[in-house]
Design a protein around this ligand. Structure first.
Ligand code: HEC
Ligand code: HEC
Ligand code: HEC
Length: 408
């Protein structure tokens, strides 16, 4: 018996030792690296390309790369990333040759966007904190590349280092077992026929805009190569975080009448996608953003396609109530209830900085105006247009709270 105990103890010690060594090894090593394919590409810069690239980029790239301080795509802390992934920032993708991507070739950008393998960082593969575009049509990627090379103001060469990227042990571990680069497509991918609404809608919803990523059951089980095989495809339930760090579950958006959005009209569905407001007037919470720049045809296609996917009877998770830890003022409560906090964060420093608003708009009526009509101030803003959504009395209380954020 004693001998058995001794063997068991030794075996246990060996296992502990191996685990400790593995943990030390994984945590002290970099993310795995992969082979980089040299892609020979020169994208011609036409005004049409740049315009479409900008439109696409505003819907799929800029919200992650736009820095509030510089107003350029110089990168920022990804505050809504679950903390178990570590500390992550997006990178500087302005035209600056040193800090940005001014020295990348067209082929390098193309290869990176397709596969997630970074040619300028020794072939390291980017974990899921940046999407990859394996289904994107070549022409759409070329348009994005043309835009990144253009003189648009948000791409002005900006000399600032991107913030820290410190992947957690969990990410480093998953990078070895689960996060693998996507295959580089053997043949060029052409744009679908835009009059074939179902094919075009699938392309946009699954391939470009990431609707399926968030609206499947779980990022860990989603199938990027064949989206429709993802568990819970469009049935929602995926756990995300808003800018206050609170949990938000994506929702069932299949046409199930009881659990999905089968009772919404197409117009209501389109208003939510483009403007962010539901039929009852409430705003959809961050991280779902408005896709303001979709054409009517694109919007029709997305709605037609999502309407066509098999219905799911999955029940939505209730939106967890915010627990305000102190005695919130009425204004602060409204700031949460209307969903302002979901983007701006509890302290106003989240997505869109509010801490200088009281100085920039010293008179209350100015502050009301920027809240109600933000598009007058920023052409490309993702801040919703609140005009007509908040009664005057409540707006006063919200404004008072926004002003108090500057003092905190
Ligand atoms: C969900 C947020 C998110 C979106 C959307 C996103 N990115 Fe990124 N991007 C990141 C993060 C985070 C990194 C840093 C990744 C790393 O190095 O681990 C990054 C890195 C990059 C890099 C590498 C830069 C370098 O110096 O290594 C390029 C280029 C880039 N992104 C371009 C784009 C383009 C173009 C789009 C749209 C087609 C886009 N990104 C969409 C978050 C995002
Ligand atoms: C970054 C993740 C993300 C992306 C991308 C995304 N959604 Fe959402 N979506 C969510 C979350 C989370 C909610 C629930 C928010 C809430 O509780 O207010 C939601 C809610 C919705 C709703 C409201 C459903 C309801 O019952 O109120 C619709 C409709 C919707 N999304 C459609 C889409 C479409 C179409 C796309 C692509 C154009 C898309 N979403 C892209 C995360 C996302
Ligand atoms: C979908 C995310 C989102 C939601 C929801 C949202 N905002 Fe914003 N807001 C922004 C962004 C982003 C900006 C910065 C403008 C830009 O960069 O385009 C902004 C700008 C502002 C500004 C101007 C700040 C400045 O310094 O110029 C104020 C004030 C403001 N928001 C208040 C509110 C209030 C009040 C609510 C709720 C009723 C709200 N926002 C809801 C994203 C959001």
């Amino acid at each position: 018996m004693k001998k058995f105990l001794k063997i068991a103890l030794i075996a246990f010690a060996v296992i502990v030792f191996v685990v400790v060594v593995a943990v030390i090894y994984i945590s002290s090593s970099d993310l795995p690296k992969y082979d980089v394919l040299q892609v020979d590409l020169k994208v011609e810069l036409s005004p049409e390309r740049i315009a479409n690239g900008k439109r696409l980029s505003m819907m799929i790239c800029n919200h992650c790369h736009l820095n509030n301080e510089t107003r350029t795509l110089s990168g920022k802390r990804m505050a809504d990333l679950p903390p178990e992934f570590g500390v992550v920032s997006s990178r500087n993708i302005t035209r600056d040759p040193k800090y940005g991507i001014g020295s990348w070739s067209d082929g390098e950008i193309y290869f990176f966007l397709r596969t997630g393998i970074n040619p300028k960082r020794g072939g390291s593969y980017v974990p899921p904190w940046m999407p990859k575009y394996m289904h994107a049509a070549n022409e759409d990627l070329y348009d994005i590349i043309a835009y990144l090379r253009s003189d648009e103001p948000e791409l002005t060469a900006t000399e600032s280092e991107a913030g820290p990227i410190e992947p957690s042990l969990l990410v480093k571990f998953l990078a070895r077992v689960a996060f693998k680069p996507l295959p580089y497509p053997e043949n060029p991918i052409s744009r679908p026929d835009t009059s074939d609404l179902l094919a075009f809608g699938k392309y946009l919803a699954d391939g470009m805009l990431g609707c399926f990523d968030c609206h499947a059951e779980d990022f860990k089980t989603m199938n990027i190569a064949e989206p429709e095989k993802s568990p819970g495809y469009y049935g929602g339930g995926n756990l995300l975080l808003d800018m206050t760090g609170s949990k938000v579950y994506s929702r069932n958006i299949t046409s199930d009448k009881q659990h999905g959005i089968g009772n919404w009209t197409d117009e209501q569905f389109k208003t939510l996608i483009r403007e962010g407001f539901r039929p009852d007037g409430s705003i959809v919470s961050f991280p779902m953003l408005r896709a303001r720049f979709l054409s009517d045809n694109e919007l029709d296609a997305i709605v037609a396609y999502i309407r066509s996917v098999p219905t799911s009877s999955k029940q939505n998770q209730p939106r967890p109530k915010y627990e305000l830890l102190h005695n919130a003022s009425e204004g602060e409560q409204l700031f949460y209830d209307y969903g302002c906090a979901s983007c701006h964060g509890s302290d106003g420093k989240g997505y869109g900085d509010l801490t200088k608003a009281a100085i920039k708009y010293p008179v209350d009526s100015m502050l009301v105006d920027v809240i109600e009509n933000p598009a007058k101030y920023w052409q490309n803003t993702l801040m919703p247009t609140w005009a007509g959504h908040i009664p005057e009395e409540e707006m006063k209380l919200i404004v008072a709270h926004v002003k108090s954020l500057a003092r905190q």
